[in-house]
Design a binder for this molecule. Sequence first.
Ligand SMILES: [Zn+2]
Ligand SMILES: [Zn+2]
Length: 343
Amino acid sequence: MRGLIFTGDRVAEVRDFDQLDPGPGEVRVKIRSSGMCGSDLNTYRKPASDLANTVKRPGHEPCGEIEAVGAGVTEVQIGDRVIVHHYLGCGHCRYCRQGYNQLCLNPGPDNLYYGGSEHGGHGESLICAARVCVRLPDELSFDEGAMVACGTSTAYLGLTKMDISGRDTIAIFGQGPVGLAGTMLAKAMGSRVIAVDLSDARLQLGRDAGADELVNPKYGDVTEQIKALTHGEGADASLEAAGAQATRKASCTSVKVFGRTAWVGEQGEVVLQPTPDIIHRHLTIHGSWTVSMFGLEETAQFVVDRKIPLQNMVTERVDIENAVDAYQRFDKQDTGKMVISWD
Ligand SMILES: [Zn+2]
Ligand SMILES: [Zn+2]
């Protein structure tokens, strides 16, 4: 079977892998769509020396069909359409029982990460534990399931932590795959959305996804631009999906007094002045890291019930043989969602 590997310094390679059979409690998922996530770029950009011994396929947004089941599997059967939650966990600690396998309290052999410590979705098939499979609703495509697997549900959890509603104007920093999903979901929750990005191409995607206002920091101070759109006060809330120092700071300074922000963009640093930026403005900052197993189901159901056209976010689908070039384009960070597809 064919699969992708990152070899470091922005180089990827398609290789042959053995097709394996699932062990007890495991399934083999025939991958139909595997999302390329912004956080994959962090690995893609690492120096070759850091990835010298890497043999695992990336891809933590796998979606497909069960094609083989191991001994004792009762959760799913052959032919089921599933989204793979990409963390395993021990399955019985407090956080695993809440479905937050990524927060597992028991470090050990079960602390696996599909698309990191284990093979991920960027290959023809994936062996994973049956208990991390979440049913893909019939109404959703495999691409949409892949998006729900990480990016879209990450945006969903950040928005729900802030209790976003029709009374809110929300500024969404970053209109990459996570921010763009945030724009669609926040619109479906009734909010007025101000989309923020440095790329005019991505802002246009934000507009197509339903954003009411577009702000490009290239054309002036972003906090001032947002205040000009909100009676001089700032937005009610913000979602930080860019993960940059400047956008993290602006996600705080561009919301009004008693405002709230949720940070989902990873890596890097930020410098804030507690008194003027947070304390005197009664600001609430939520950290939010992906989603629980139940959160995946809830996000998928929300997308179905609100008829959110998630598929429109996909600006490019490539087959595995063209995934190397696709990562070069994705690395420029001005595309919409890109997926590796076997459909
Ligand atoms: Zn991700
Ligand atoms: Zn656990």
